[in-house]
Design a protein around this ligand. Sequence first.
Ligand SMILES: *[C@@H]1O[C@H](CO)[C@@H](O)[C@H](O)[C@H]1NC(C)=O
Ligand SMILES: *[C@@H]1O[C@H](CO)[C@@H](O)[C@H](O)[C@H]1NC(C)=O
Ligand SMILES: *[C@@H]1O[C@H](CO)[C@@H](O)[C@H](O)[C@H]1NC(C)=O
Ligand SMILES: *[C@@H]1O[C@H](CO)[C@@H](O)[C@H](O)[C@H]1NC(C)=O
Ligand SMILES: *[C@@H]1O[C@H](CO)[C@@H](O)[C@H](O)[C@H]1NC(C)=O
Length: 701
Amino acid sequence: MPSFLVVAFFVLLCLGLNNLPALGDAGGGNEYSFVYSGFGGATGASLVLDGTATVTREGVLKLTNDEQANLKGHAFHPTPVQFRDSSSSSSPNNGTAAVRSFSATFVFAIISASTYWSSDGMAFVVSPGKDLSGASSAQYLGLLNSTSDGPGAAASNHVLAVELDTVMNVEFQDIDNNHVGVDVNTLSSVHSRAAAFYDDDTEGGGGGAWKNLTLSSGDAMQVWIDYDGEAKQLNVTLAPIATRGVKPSRPLLSNVTDLSAVLAAQASYVGFSAATGPIPSQHCVLAWSFAVDGPAPPIDFSKVPKLPDDTAGRREALVRELEIALPVAAFVLVLATCVTVVLLVRRHLTYAELREDWEVEFGPHRFAYRELFRATDGFKSKHLLGAGGFGKVFKGVLSKSGTEVAVKRVSHDSTQGLREFISEVVSIGHLRHRNLVQLLGYCRRKGELLLVYDYMPNGSLDKHLHGEDGKPLLEWAQRFQIVKDVASGLFYLHEKWEQVVVHRDVKASNVLLDGGMVAHLGDFGLARLYDHGADLQTTHVVGTTGYMAPELSRTGKASPLTDVFAFGTFLLEVTCGRRPVVDTVRHGRKMLVDRVLEYWRRGSIEETVDSRLRGDYNLDEARMVLTLGLMCSHPFPAERPTMRQVMQYLDGDAPLPELTPAGISLLSLMQSQTSFDQSALQYPWSGTSMGTMTSGISVGR
Ligand SMILES: *[C@@H]1O[C@H](CO)[C@@H](O)[C@H](O)[C@H]1NC(C)=O
Ligand SMILES: *[C@@H]1O[C@H](CO)[C@@H](O)[C@H](O)[C@H]1NC(C)=O
Ligand SMILES: *[C@@H]1O[C@H](CO)[C@@H](O)[C@H](O)[C@H]1NC(C)=O
Ligand SMILES: *[C@@H]1O[C@H](CO)[C@@H](O)[C@H](O)[C@H]1NC(C)=O
Ligand SMILES: *[C@@H]1O[C@H](CO)[C@@H](O)[C@H](O)[C@H]1NC(C)=O
């Protein structure tokens, strides 16, 4: 046994000797450097890896693989780096010494499973710790999460990252879907530029011609990161691998970036982080070198491994497997008894899926039914999270990545609307926002659509509001934040994405809370699957009583303003802690909006605030939210604010206009009354007392 270990040790040693990372400590102890010209042998073994990060047999550091969506991977050099100059005790920052100059260079490649899109990106990271397991995938690049990147929290991250980002995230003010950015404590880059380089070999104004690069092209590229501690200048340079280590003379980014308040006072770790979103992608590092107080040591390009040519390799492997498997399978089939045939058929039926030609382009978003079946233990009822208008939701754990997901089973018979829905929400992979529930992918079976979403541990908002399942009471500050979160998600759907997305079913039970109680709006666009007939029967299915704008029942046409109406009802529900519609035996149907309007007319709108708060709330905020709720619930669409205005009011960037009782004449209400059809009678503005109707409300603007 011991002799075996000794032999193994020597084998490892010999394998590794060729390219052990050269750790320099020359020149009096201040210098620190290492170089990995490939990660094979013992060199790669010394890296600290987590998530999906692995070192392949060829010596490629593969941070994420393309087997699945939403992965993250990290790799760090094992020993920390002292970025602060400990020798100069006369430091300007009383106690924390100045940040020393440093340089890093690495060769990377991003290989996407899709031809046109990739997600999400990778980053070179300087971090106080090696454990980034609390970080989120997708737009957070495995680096931060919505809490640590949130307002107030970011300054304590002490993280510097140089990101290679292949998705345009509006929430981080990304410039495009192919850029290099410098991130200080947050993923909203302080400096960023489209991926490109200045080619010294060609004429161009002051340092070569500008040439674009495509980060996710699958081609290897080299990055140089140089920080001048004295000038506090950070340069980032990019070049195709063909330059073989010759740095273009003009950097892509060259900015003053003061790191003295950023890097931790103690030593920091250097390494890489990468994450995928809905489109599986491989993020690879082929070589890396680093130095403090000097240029990064040159990479030995003769040792840099070749890129994984996975597609060809996999195909060959498949052919080989088939060559062996086919005769065996035939043999087994011949011998198979009727029983096994029956079992196979039954099994096939269990996992059968529906695929059509048009779905090919959405390939990466397809989940295999088998995978979802396993993730949820065969959709066992103990995994049931809830059942809503559109179907049942199950909690599942994806076996490959261990990711927790929510799987929604929607029964759906036609492909009509489905194609638009899937292409709208899935294909682009861009529809994402911190206040929307991220759709990870889908699967289709006969008569059934399965949608896979991020799992939200704190469940739906209505349970919290109405104290179901023993959920604790939400405080006012939490409610106000949730209102802002939902507004921001809806604003994104209406105005910030490439096309207008009407949610169609805004309500408290469609607002889900994550582990940090951040609100995410779910189920967007789903309602459209049900209303292509647009007859009244189906529009009834789409809306939820109390949230349905009056014009919806007349025209059956959803618009951003019908969403705003529902949002108004939502505001009242959250502030008052009451359901929008209550059917009572004695008084018939009571609408919450009537109640708030009544108190508003008496000048005591605050009396409608949830009494369970026991007066512990911000009066101005609560009044503003209630008034805004009434404005949004206006029976005439043109009188409602847009979500852009709503955001401004909520953020205090614009004063809320006065709500005046005079605006609506009896006549206009009578007119609208006659044009309302039968189903509109349930609507508050026409359904209760004449008093409500005659005074009405209007917004002075
Ligand atoms: C550190 O010293 C500078 C002056 O050199 C002073 O402006 C600053 O307030 C001091 N900071 C702390 C935390 O004492
Ligand atoms: C966010 O990240 C921090 C730091 O890694 C971690 O402590 C926290 O648990 C994470 N929060 C969530 C909601 O995952
Ligand atoms: C380079 O990319 C930018 C956008 O990032 C584009 O506007 C420009 O036309 C591209 N130039 C070339 C030569 O392709
Ligand atoms: C950064 O680039 C500028 C030119 O834009 C150059 O003058 C400076 O020396 C560079 N700094 C480092 C640390 O490479
Ligand atoms: C950062 O540097 C880039 C190019 O070096 C330049 O285009 C950009 O304006 C700089 N940004 C700031 C804020 O100085």
